[in-house]
Design a protein around this ligand. Sequence first.
Ligand code: 13P
Length: 385
Amino acid sequence: MNLAELNKIAVAMVAPGRGILAADESSGTIKKRFDAIGVESTADNRRDYRELLFRAGEAMSKCISGVILYDETIRQSAKDGTPLVKVIEKAGAIPGIKVDKGTKPLPFSPGEVITEGLDGLRERLVEYRGLGAKFAKWRAVIDIGAAIPSYAAIMTNAHALARYAALCQDEGIVPIVEPEVLMDGEHDAERCRVITEWLLKTVFEQLYYQKVALEGMVLKPNMVIAGKKARNRAGVEEVADKTVKVLKACVPAAVPGIAFLSGGQSDEEATAHLDAMNKIGGLPWRLTFSYGRALQAAPQKAWSGRPENVAAAQRAFTHRAMMNSLATRGQWKQDLEKRHNRLCRPPTWTARRDWNGRPARADRETRNVCSRPAGERKAQLFTVS
Ligand code: 13P
């Protein structure tokens, strides 16, 4: 293992102001996303959609450090024949690959799952490295219910995560280690904290036993947050405070960075929580994003499968990427959501009305005016180095 090289990649993945775009939805998941916007899930449509994200120049060059791809996507080429991996690299980001094969029911553990994909993983890693992947991802899923999670689910999933991480490092690939406590249930944030702590402690124990070098990995955890069906949802400050506390208790400072999943939070919630954690400051690792839904929900809706909507979808993606970039520095403000989004839009030109309030005739005294207030037209909201 070349630890210096692994560390260099891991550090670049969590560089200040940048985070990871998780575009690694399996064929089943992307079909669900496309169904919601009325788009048929064909290989060409999936390629066109992902290509528009990777060609969103400003977002990719200023805010995105890496992109997690799915097996199909890492082999695909853009419409002009350029491999998508090259499009990503040209934009200044690092290509990565999801290597787990999804979840299967865990025997004798009703309601619980184990992530599969270890068989033949070494050979697949070699192939993916040849295709340009510099990092990989494996997601373990832990659900909270009245009688779960069980010790068996925590232990087997942590063991598999460490097996995967060790294989990655042995093949010169940085592992993103993703132990996710789902936010599907009725549990409150305190129960999420307890389970997250148990899971993270077990994962780092397994990483230690299996000789994974912490300097050459990135952790991708859930935030400590109440379940979607909880009666009382914790506020932004409480989520930030509880998450930082549990991470400090479980994650050694040798880990270069932590890139959160969004897990079903709204776009703005995911940004606000990340921002609040970075505002706390004084942390031993970088805290950033590795969002799927919280980066893609808006561009997917704006695109809706129409070529004429590509620019609007890229603007929606750029907006979310920039808001999250600010959050990695603790510089996001709620009022930037509307202001920046407006600045992302091309100006709309509308005809002046005449003194009677009727639309002025184009051949008379009409002078078109920009819908954007003059002071805002050139405003520079922020720069990302
Ligand atoms: P979400 O941000 O939509 O949770 O996806 C992140 C991810 O990569 C899940 O494995």
